[in-house]
Design a protein around this ligand. Structure first.
Ligand SMILES: [Zn+2]
Length: 345
């Protein structure tokens, strides 16, 4: 198989965290400007502190890596730059559309408001769109370790930017320690504002969290959901309600949401009629890209190029763009596919 084809394939990444996408070169710039000492003075050496290694044992260990970059992501300038560089990176990976998620309240340590943090990210994404031609939208995350009251603030701020580059809200963080039912009021408010909801569930927690995310919190997409297979009723629920899973294969292997690539349930889900997408989650932390995810699916799980192209075409349908924007994106996808002479399964 020509595995280079995955580099050229037009791709869509619906599950991508802003703070999991920071370049080590950029951290070096920020540290220099602020006079902050770092454990290494070259990008290679610094990457060791930003990326998980083979020894990662859980989602909590994985999330620990974000602590290294978050102190820098506390100004409008750094958020804007990070968002811009996320689009730049996606363009180099031949993505045509990305949804970039971040938790506004993780960026307020130096006095920013949730609104200012959101505006800075939207500005960076917009400038990235103009410079690189990749469409980019934002998703605001409520954090599990924050109180419900604190998270209501995130939903209020998200509602003020809905339709202006922000397309949805999410719930993320330590799933095992904070089950979704705790956040019913938060997502009831999102529902009042008609904000679409995607929720991390069934990653470090079991299938009951997936059911609660859908039935209790009104999720229309599920982040990960790899562990849904542990309960047939939950699989039926996903199928009946046509709830797509945002699978992030490399990340799911690293956080031990599955025991290894041999155990990855994507084919099983497709065969059961469940909608799936593949995504990067955190390109820097996981050491991945959409091209790598596609290649892994082909090499480790036997997916064909047309099958992977189908996943990308489907991801456009499951995106939070409005129907007119989806039509434009589909036309672009078709144009790019014709140029590389690949068909869809
Ligand atoms: Zn995630």
């Amino acid at each position: 198989m020509d595995t280079d084809v995955f580099g050229r394939l037009p791709k869509v990444d619906l599950h991508l965290h802003l703070d999991g996408c920071v370049k080590p070169e950029t951290v070096l710039d920020w540290a220099k400007a602020e006079g902050v000492p770092l454990p290494s003075s070259d990008p290679e050496g610094l990457l060791r502190y930003m990326k998980v290694d083979e020894g990662c044992n859980s989602l909590v260990e994985y999330l620990d890596k974000f602590g290294f970059v978050l102190p820098f992501l506390q100004t409008e300038a750094s958020l804007e730059r990070c968002a811009y560089e996320t689009v730049e990176r996606a363009a180099a990976d031949n993505c045509i559309y990305i949804e970039v998620r971040f938790a506004p309240l993780l960026h307020v340590e130096r006095g920013l408001s949730a609104d200012r943090a959101i505006e800075a990210v939207l500005r960076g994404l917009r400038k990235g769109e103009e410079a690189f031609g990749v469409r980019a939208r934002a998703i605001a995350i409520c954090m599990r370790h924050h109180s419900a009251r604190t998270n209501l603030e995130v939903v209020e701020a998200a509602a003020r930017h809905y339709g202006r580059g922000l397309v949805a809200v999410d719930l993320a963080g330590d799933e095992a320690g904070h089950p979704p039912a705790k956040f019913r009021d938060v997502f009831a408010l999102a529902r009042e504002y008609r904000l679409p909801r995607t929720i991390h569930a069934g990653e470090a927690g079991g299938p009951d969290n997936v059911a609660e995310a859908v039935e209790g919190l009104g999720a229309v997409r599920i982040g990960h959901g790899v562990r849904s297979r542990e309960n047939p009723r939950v699989l039926e629920l996903l199928k009946d309600r046509r709830i797509p899973l945002e699978l992030c294969p490399t990340s799911n292997v690293q956080t031990k949401a599955v025991s290894g690539w041999h155990d990855y349930p994507i084919r099983d889900y497709i065969e059961r009629g469940i909608a799936v997408t593949i995504n990067t989650d955190n390109p820097t932390v996981s050491g991945t890209s959409m091209t790598r995810e596609c290649r892994s699916l082909a090499e480790r799980l036997g997916f064909t190029v047309p099958e992977i192209a189908r996943l990308m075409a489907n991801a456009i349908d499951y995106s939070f763009l409005d129907s007119g924007e989806k039509d434009v994106l589909r036309a672009e996808f078709d144009r790019r596919m014709a140029a590389i002479d690949v068909s869809i399964a």
